[in-house]
Write a protein that binds this ligand. Sequence first.
Ligand code: ARG
Length: 275
Amino acid sequence: MNHSERQPRNRTYLMCPPEHFTVEYAINPWMDTTVPVDAALAVKQWSVLRDTLGDLGHTVHVLDAVPGLPDMVYAANGAFSVDGAVYGARFRFPERAAEADAHAAFYGAGGWRFAGPAHINEGEGDFAYLPAAYGGLVLAGYGFRTDPSAHAEAQEVLGRPVLSLRLVDPAFYHLDTALAALDDRTIAYYPGAFSEGSQRVLAQLFPDAVIADREDAEAFGLNLVSDGRHVILNTEAIAMGDRVRAAGYHPVHVDLSELKRGGGSVKCAVAELRP
Ligand code: ARG
């Protein structure tokens, strides 16, 4: 595909600064409570990410960090919005439960159609949206965090088809660690993170996908944010940057080494708001 065909679309994002970032509990295999984190460095790196998105012309809203919620920097987990409708999060682990309230208050104040969830789901961490695929398709992960019953609930709330994909590797415990939307219809993913059946479904529906390998996924190279042209990934994911460049996108690397200690990177830190 000709590179000039990759057109960016202006986005609105929600982020939360890692002012109270720590690794004091371990709820995914990346978290090591014995290694101290540098919250000041985390804030610095986070600010570069926020400014990078702003410099690309996108709008970034900032949610105030709440003391005692060290994972709140992973704003993607707080909710999932499509066309003005918001499906709220309900966290798997009690340590993160209160984050959902902060996000719900944000959407409540913004006049969104907000639906509180009955089922466990971790927002955009386990949901991805492709507006131009199959009339507006939601890809949804389960196996570690989000309960599959939340997929059906999301379909009712959002009025979009929701496709369930089973994650099988604990290192890739959220969908956004293993799969990303590069534009309105194209995805990148690491097949090994998914069950055999889910791999077959992805191969059928997305023959043009950018395929990543285990090293790309371990570098959090799939935990990316794309505006349809610019693909923001962390500095460890150079090989993944090369892959998206070969597919006609423009990689932009930012250093998020501290956030990796909590088991997240670019995408985890950014929720897209779809009014
Ligand atoms: N420590 C957080 C957790 O395990 C990291 C969340 C990463 N977020 C994401 N969207 N993958 O819940």
